[in-house]
Write a protein that binds this ligand. Structure first.
Ligand code: P53
Length: 479
């Protein structure tokens, strides 16, 4: 068989961002405060994003990088023009919920927020770029957290439904691809950032997280239903923080541990793609006395409104062990992983594994048989511009090239159905995990540092020209 180098016709190449990590303008034109605004850079960040330490407003002595971020709110025309120059077919972005409903429980949306995204989408279409819209990328209005407790409260279903109806109606014809919740499994690992959850002394945190997960899953099914009703052209996807777990050794108990870790994540997609809670979850809840409030109507909604496609982020594979003596974890990752001796790591300790992407694509395909979309992948690295301000990011090109080859193998050697690929942080932005600016993913360098200093000037890195060739040749420029 001759090996094909080009990707399928219509393959959606592009890049991805999230509102709070790039827009800034946190208090302009009526925008309300969100959980993602009040997470500072520094040693307290982890306790805050995991809901162990409460921070509900800006406090003295902290720096909040999302307040200004890279100020894309004022630069989006320039930035989209740069994406167009690379030939993007699609641009994945998220809506800041608090631009549309500043407190979250209003009846009338904020027109300035709606107009902002309308203009942004029109700007994309000017260049033939298809927007791919994440309805919530970790954001939740602060008012909904302080008044209702975030996603632990069933009332969130009404507020989210209102948001979705407003978006689907206003952007009909402008947006076709929607994602309901970014990395929905993040609720288990970073519950404040993922779902506006904070814990009270002594409460059963697992119960709170799974109850909130149930509401998000029902909200996602409801959004899918409404999206299809408002425009049958709409395609709705779920979104998983993916990355296959490997067993640490061939010992069966290590394989079992890896399988259990994978199931913690697949749990969400099993519901969104198949329409039912998997038995292993029901049994776990029974064992752990986790009683989830759910109605017969909820279960019917889940059954009748599964997603059109499965999207995911992939950065690294992970390693699990069933041996309690083995505990050497990698640094800097919200997902616990043991070190894999066969892999190199990024400067932030994320293990680099292109074949792991092919493995993950196959695992998801085998499980669901729905079209897939890789909506995040990339290398967070320290970039040092030379005296002319140019970044020669060969390490990033090498990472992306290897992952694109793995994708091509999965398509042509294994036959998976893949709609597109949007690299994470196509323009440098604030890191979700650490709040740093110096953890850069972009093809476009942004002059700003961890403390918020810099001109915000955009410049093209070496990878910018490389990605432009990849897209122009539909992948064939990669041998
Ligand atoms: P940062 C952890 C593990 C996997 C995905 O992450 C993650 C995280 C959060 O740190 O999140 C996704 O910025 C997320 C993006 C995020 C990106 O991965 O920590 O959807 O918002 O920026 C990369 O390097």
């Amino acid at each position: 068989m001759t090996e094909k180098l080009t990707f399928p016709d219509g393959f959606l190449w592009g890049g991805a961002t999230a509102a709070n990590q790039c827009e800034g303008a946190y208090n302009l034109e009526g925008r309300g405060l969100a959980n993602v605004d009040v997470v500072p850079i520094g040693p307290d960040r982890e306790a805050i994003i995991t809901g162990q330490k409460k921070m509900f407003s800006f406090e003295e002595g902290y720096f909040y990088p999302a307040k200004q971020a890279i100020d894309m709110y004022h630069h989006y025309k320039e930035d989209i023009a740069l994406f167009a120059e690379m030939g993007f077919k699609t641009y994945r972005l998220s809506i800041a919920w608090t631009r549309i409903f500043p407190k979250g429980d209003e009846t009338v949306p904020n027109e300035a927020g709606l107009a902002f995204y309308e203009d942004l989408f029109k700007e994309c279409h000017k260049y033939g770029i298809q927007p791919l819209v994440t309805i919530t990328h970790f954001d939740c209005p602060m008012h909904l957290i302080t008044e209702y407790g975030g996603w632990r409260n069933r009332r969130m279903l009404d507020f989210y439904e209102k948001l979705c109806r407003t978006l689907f109606t206003r952007y009909k014809g402008l947006v076709k691809y929607w994602l309901t919740f970014n990395e929905i499994n993040m609720i288990l690992h970073a519950p404040f950032m993922g779902a506006g959850l904070c814990f009270e002394e002594g409460e059963n945190q697992e119960l709170v997280k799974y109850q909130a997960a149930h509401y998000e899953l029902v909200a996602s099914a409801l959004a899918t239903k409404i999206a299809h009703e408002i425009d049958p052209e709409n395609k709705v996807g779920c979104m998983l923080a993916a990355g296959q777990y490997y067993p640490n050794t061939a010992h069966p108990r290590d394989y079992w541990a890896a399988m259990e870790e994978d199931r913690k994540s697949y749990f969400f997609i099993d519901v969104q793609a198949r329409g039912e809670y998997p038995n292993y979850a029901k049994k776990q809840w029974e064992r752990e006395r986790i009683e989830i409030q759910m109605t017969a109507e909820d279960l019917e909604l889940l059954k009748d409104n599964t997603v059109d496609f499965v999207s995911f982020s992939y950065y690294a594979s992970l390693v699990a062990s069933g041996d309690p003596e083995v505990k050497e974890l990698t640094a800097g990752n919200i997902f616990a992983s043991l070190k894999n001796p066969y892999l190199e790591s990024s400067e932030w300790g994320w293990q680099i594994d292109p074949l792991g992407l092919r493995i993950t694509l196959n695992a998801i395909w085998d499980r669901y048989q729905k079209p897939m979309f890789i909506v995040e992948n990339g290398l967070g690295a320290m970039d040092t511009p030379d005296e002319n301000g140019h970044v020669a990011d060969d390490y990033r090109i090498a990472y992306l090239e290897a992952h694109i080859k793995a994708m091509r193998d999965a398509i042509y050697q294994d036959g998976v159905d893949l709609l597109g690929y949007t690299t994470w942080g196509c323009i440098d932005l604030v890191s979700a995990g650490t709040g740093e600016m110096n953890k850069r993913y972009g093809f476009i360098y942004v002059d700003r540092d961890n403390a918020g200093h810099g001109s915000l000037k955009r410049s093209k890195k070496k990878s910018f020209y490389w990605y432009k060739d990849v897209i122009a040749s539909n992948g064939a420029s990669i041998e």
